[in-house]
Design a protein around this ligand. Structure first.
Ligand SMILES: Nc1nc2c(c(=O)[nH]1)N[C@H]1C(S)=C(S)[C@@H](COP(=O)(O)O)O[C@H]1N2
Ligand SMILES: [Mo]
Length: 515
């Protein structure tokens, strides 16, 4: 291409970036009005999450852990910035290149927004108006850059000389507009109102309180996971780039499908019912052996079985398809929910209304099932159905349909690759086999004989169980292994399996050096 423009390439790149930022600022303002999830960058990220093959998601989770979504959004911004800069450079010779390129980006953004399960028709506005603002800003900036005179619109900058000063003041102006739009849009998106409503929720007392924790439930060893995971440290796993923020007064749970009496419950309807409190350990199927995705909390909620009894489940149903506010779905075996265990529509966690990131205002908690088949956060819809009629989010992506939690144990202490002083030391950790309970934990060093660890008390079979054992550490490198046996008599297999498709197996192993 013959570069006849008076505007240098760097200024074109800056014009593209600033114009792109103006568009995002405008989109953010509109998203603040329409729906925070209609901000196109978030929608594109969500679409990438939904379209990614399972192996890519597994790789992202194992590489970036709970930061996977921050990395994804940052990636979308980097791609956008590169594209905007390139389009800015091209637009110096022909504004039509920039128009076409940004229009294409706008179409991708609008498509991503409209494919979101919770999208309404107005959700397309931020992407559409944002792109118009970008194209307008780009033309304006490039016209300012070339002075004097009134260049032709199709080639705004191929006449005249570059006016650096006018260009830079324009770029600063555009940046200010972009920043103001972003700030206003965020403020209008109403997140803080929901947080205030959350803090104001009057939590009723449990009709069926949890029994007091046994005195010996927590061995209180430094470095050992505490029996109750503090809410702030509780792992978080979900597909949401932007947390759903739901006013409790607006929340409804629709229950339908194979039922005699479909209902729609409000938050107040739920809080008026007798509430059950239960200590339950949640576990993610993506947890590697020894991994961090398990946490124990005291939940308060309405037994799911009680509500199902009210609506009258019809013959032939075997699955509960729950849907979250942001369209994620989950298929839970009906027999598990109704067998008498504390399966809850939970409203509180560790004595406070659910944090927004853990499902406010209402989530499911089912002891004994991995989160992906049971623990729907921000739940708004429950369809009583059949496994052969409906498929849930992760089941269509290669994960097993039913997800009973596998018996597991983890060494928290000493940490892998720790350096220890010789002499008496404590090996300790947690083991779980939710709804069965842990009966024994054994530890061996350097492939020697298995020794029984002492077990902490537990309030019931639905939580993890701490364990500890003393060891006389001798100089050298050592390998420590752990295995648990649950109340059915099953002892963890040594066979290593990765998390997909139905949960990792194998013995957690740490190596330490003693000198
Ligand atoms: N709405 C929604 N609920 C969800 C998920 C999700 O992606 N979206 N992920 C599930 C998975 S895989 C797990 S392990 C648990 C994790 O719950 P937590 O984030 O409160 O620890 O939530 C479950 N509930
Ligand atoms: Mo999970």
């Amino acid at each position: 291409m013959n570069d006849t423009s008076a505007v240098p390439a760097w200024a074109g790149a800056v014009a593209g970036l600033v114009a792109g930022a103006v568009g995002l600022g405008v989109a953010q303002v509109l998203a603040g009005f329409v729906n925070p999830a209609s901000f196109p960058v978030v929608a594109v990220g969500d679409a990438v999450v939904d379209l990614s093959p399972a192996w890519l998601k597994d790789w992202a989770i194992s590489t970036f852990g709970e930061n996977d979504k921050t990395v994804l959004v940052a990636g979308v911004f980097v791609v956008l910035a590169l594209a905007a800069a390139a389009l800015g450079v091209l637009s110096r010779t022909r504004l039509a290149y920039g128009r076409a390129g940004f229009a294409a980006l706008g179409v991708v953004g609008a498509w991503a927004v409209l494919t979101r399960p919770s999208a309404g028709p107005f959700d397309v506005l931020p992407a559409a108006v944002g792109i118009l603002a970008t194209v307008g800003a780009l033309g304006w900036l490039l016209r300012r850059a070339a002075a004097p005179g009134e260049p032709a619109l199709s080639s705004p900058t191929d006449q005249g000389v570059f006016d650096r000063r006018r260009f830079l003041t324009g770029a600063v102006g555009g940046t200010l507009v972009a920043g103001a739009g972003t700030a206003l849009g965020r403020a209008w998106s109403g997140g803080s109102q929901v947080e205030q409503a959350r803090q104001a929720v009057p939590l009723p007392r449990a009709a069926a309180p949890a029994s007091a924790l046994p005195a010996g439930a927590d061995l209180k060893l430094p470095g050992l996971s505490p029996f109750v995971t503090p809410t702030a440290d509780f792992y978080r796993v979900d597909t949401a780039l932007l947390l759903p923020r739901i006013e409790p007064a607006q929340w409804r749970l629709r229950i339908h499908g194979l039922v005699d009496r479909p209902v729609e419950l409000s938050y107040d309807d739920l809080l008026k019912r007798p509430l059950t409190e239960a200590d339950v350990t949640l576990t993610c199927v993506s947890n590697e052996v020894g991994g961090p995705y398990a946490g124990n909390a005291r939940w308060l909620g309405v037994p799911m079985a009680a509500i199902l009894k009210e609506v009258g489940v019809q013959k032939g149903a075997d699955m509960l398809l729950s849907t979250s506010h942001d369209g994620w779905t989950c298929g839970t075996p009906l027999d598990v929910v109704t067998d008498g265990r504390d399966a809850l529509f939970a409203v509180a966690m560790n004595g406070e209304a659910l944090p927004i990131g853990h499902g406010f205002p209402v989530r499911q908690v089912v002891p004994g099932l991995y989160g992906y088949v049971s623990a729907t956060k921000w739940v708004v819809d429950l369809k009583v159905t059949r496994f052969d009629a409906d498929k849930a989010y992760w089941s269509t992506r290669g994960w097993s349909e039913k997800g009973p939690i596998k018996t597991q144990s983890r060494i928290d202490l000493p940490r892998n690759r720790a350096n220890l002083a010789p002499g008496r030391t404590t090996i300790a950790g947690v083991a779980w086999a939710q709804h069965k309970g842990i009966d024994a934990v054994e530890v061996r060093v350097d492939g020697g004989p298995w020794r029984q660890a002492r077990l902490a008390e537990v309030p019931g079979p639905d939580t993890w169980r701490q364990w500890a054992i003393d060891w006389d550490a001798t100089a050298g490198e050592h390998t420590i292994e752990v295995r648990a046996t649950d109340s059915t008599g099953y002892t963890q297999t040594e066979q290593r399996a990765s998390p997909a498709p139905d949960g990792a197996t194998g013995w957690h192993t740490v190596t330490v050096s003693v000198d």
